[in-house]
Design a protein around this ligand. Structure first.
Ligand code: G4P
Length: 534
């Protein structure tokens, strides 16, 4: 293995061993299966097959059952921690539904790297491409896993070319597949000169690995049929000539991605990928904040909320705020300052998400994700510190581009609907506006499919069939300014005014012309398409 130590700042060992990442992929590429195998190798589950929570619907259901058992808080598989060799992995789940939502962006602000899973037969698919672009905005290091090599897949060079061209990133093979489909034998480990052979008989068994001395080692002949071996030698030689060699620094800077080939379902190639995440993946990185950046090595604890999950239990208004620790050594019971309200908060029952179970977190370090149950004080974008007035930046909020009215199928259930909508607004899954005049709500989203996702979640989680319908408005702008000015404006524009879930004033219209007019006529007010997440 290459020595990558010189690329690292000196961090306390507990922090240096942490790798916090997300998996990005197109649906069906194998994210769930790979997650399962990570946990299997991480010793977090005994047998693969225990965390099949595929699809938002199934996941929500299983959570709901679990929740009933322990007055639970719906944690689904939002964040999972497990140990692998000397490393502590924190895997943060990107939302499962296929629509591209703000949630996904925000999740990616909480990780230091991403594992990109692609299907060997399909290459770079649309969702992968979009998620990759988000990672690129932050120069996140990306490690690639090309899955399903046990099926007929594309030519290895073709896959690599496609990634290089579509994603404009250098690709370096960390392993090279031997055969494909039914003839897939395993991989040649390009980094360690090893032969990894797949055992098709036992999907949960660690693959056999054979140390060899280069591609001329006679041991190879014992394990690989002559025709395949010849092809392997040719291809590896070509790859070494044509493709860039692994440059750990370029990987950390997000300019190069190493690619491993394997088959998640056969547990093949997964361990090598995990080794790769440990060796080439970044340690906890500095966090951008105002007025200054937060370093992971700082003694004092700081963290920020990147996700809020509301409890579905109607009897409790609890929710869990997911905090990414940006610095320090957190201990249970600590008093932290909630910077937005300037109030102290005693964090007495934080939870760590150790694979399937959640446990009280006695301690956590920079890089870790902890869950803090609370009654709604903690919102997406909030910063917690040991007193310093720092505000983490870069948590995006998006202008809702599509507005629709929503109604409960049963008019008697309007209150229930309000509650459901408020929950989703707090989770950041949609913007919800209550018009000043009339009843009902207007929901704003970024992608059309989000309406469908919302409708099915409201039905599933609240037993409430709802209808989305065209709204008379097409744009929303938050109105800020001196209190008296805003009130005056509200009074003369009653038909255009609504309130968001925080009670802040929003101007709704269907004409850009209206917005331009307000901007021109009211220099004392500020109209914004997004609201700062704070
Ligand atoms: P996702 O979370 O990215 O959506 O994918 P998931 O892991 O659920 O995998 C999608 C399908 O691909 C599953 O099949 C899964 O078994 C299969 N799969 C995953 N890894 C491999 C692999 O290495 N080789 C092959 N041949 N198949 C793989 P399914 O039929 O949709 O689900 P199931 O019936 O297996 O649960």
């Amino acid at each position: 293995m290459l020595d990558t130590s010189s690329n690292r700042p000196a961090l306390p060992p507990e922090i240096a061993r942490r790798r916090t990442f997300a998996i990005i992929s197109h649906p069906d590429a194998g994210k769930t299966t790979l997650t399962e195998k990570f946990l299997l190798y991480g010793g977090a589950i005994q047998m693969a097959g225990q965390v099949r929570a595929k699809g938002e619907a199934r996941r929500t259901r299983s959570d709901f059952m679990k929740m009933e058992q322990d007055r639970g808080i719906s944690v689904s598989a939002s964040a999972m921690s497990f140990d692998f060799k000397t490393f502590r992995f924190n895997l943060v789940d990107t939302p499962g539904h296929s629509d591209f939502s703000e949630d996904t962006y925000r999740t990616l602000t909480a990780v230091d790297a991403a594992v990109m899973v692609i299907d060997g037969a399909k290459g770079v698919e649309s969702q992968t491409q979009k998620l990759f672009e988000v990672c690129r905005l932050r120069d996140l290091p990306i490690l690639t896993f090309c899955n399903k090599m046990d099926r007929e897949s594309r030519d290895t060079f073709e896959i690599i070319d496609e990634i290089q061209e579509n994603l404009a990133i250098d690709v370096t093979p960390a392993s090279w597949p031997i055969g494909m489909g039914r003839d897939f034998l395993g991989c040649y480990d390009m980094l360690n000169d090893r032969l990894e052979l797949m055992d098709r008989a036992d999907r949960n068994k660690v693959a056999e690995s054979i140390n060899i001395q280069g591609l001329d080692d006679p041991l190879l002949d014992q394990h690989i049929p002559a025709a395949l071996l010849e092809k392997l030698r040719e291809e590896v030689e070509m790859a070494r000539e044509l493709l860039p060699a692994l440059d750990p620094q370029a990987v950390l800077e997000g300019h190069m991605t190493p690619i491993w080939f394997g088959s998640a379902i056969n547990s093949f190639g997964v361990k090598e990928l995990m080794d790769g995440i440990g060796t080439y993946g970044p340690e906890p990185q500095p966090q951008s904040a105002e007025p200054r950046q937060i370093g992971p090595d700082e003694d004092k604890v700081a963290g920020f909320v990147f996700k809020v999950q509301a409890n579905m239990d109607p009897k409790h208004r609890d929710r869990v705020a997911f905090i990414r620790l940006a610095s320090g050594h957190f201990k249970r019971g600590m008093k932290l300052t909630h910077v937005r309200s300037k109030k102290p908060m005693a964090i007495s029952n934080p939870v760590l998400f150790l694979a399937a179970d959640r446990e009280l977190a006695e301690e956590a370090w920079a890089g870790d994700i902890i869950g803090i149950p609370n009654h709604g004080q903690l919102r997406i974008g909030d910063t917690l510190t040991e007193g310093e007035a720092l505000r983490v930046t870069g948590i995006p909020s998006f202008a809702p581009e599509l507005l629709q009215g929503v109604r409960a199928g049963d008019p008697m259930k309007a209150k229930h609907l309000e509650k459901a909508l408020m929950q989703f607004a707090e989770e950041g899954a949609a913007k919800v506006f209550k018009p000043n005049i009339g009843s009902g709500f207007i929901v704003g989203v970024v992608g059309a499919l989000q309406f469908e996702v919302l409708a099915s979640r409201i039905e599933l989680e609240y037993g409430l069939p709802v209808r989305f319908e065209a709204s008379q408005f097409t744009s929303a702008r938050w109105v800020a300014g001196e209190k008296a000015d805003v009130e005056k404006f509200v009074n003369v524009n009653k038909q255009h005014i609504a309130y968001d879930h925080d009670g802040d004033v929003v101007y709704l219209t269907r004409m850009q012309w209206d917005i331009d007019r307000v901007v021109r006529d009211h220099p004392e007010l500020k109209l914004t398409a997004t609201k700062e997440m704070m």
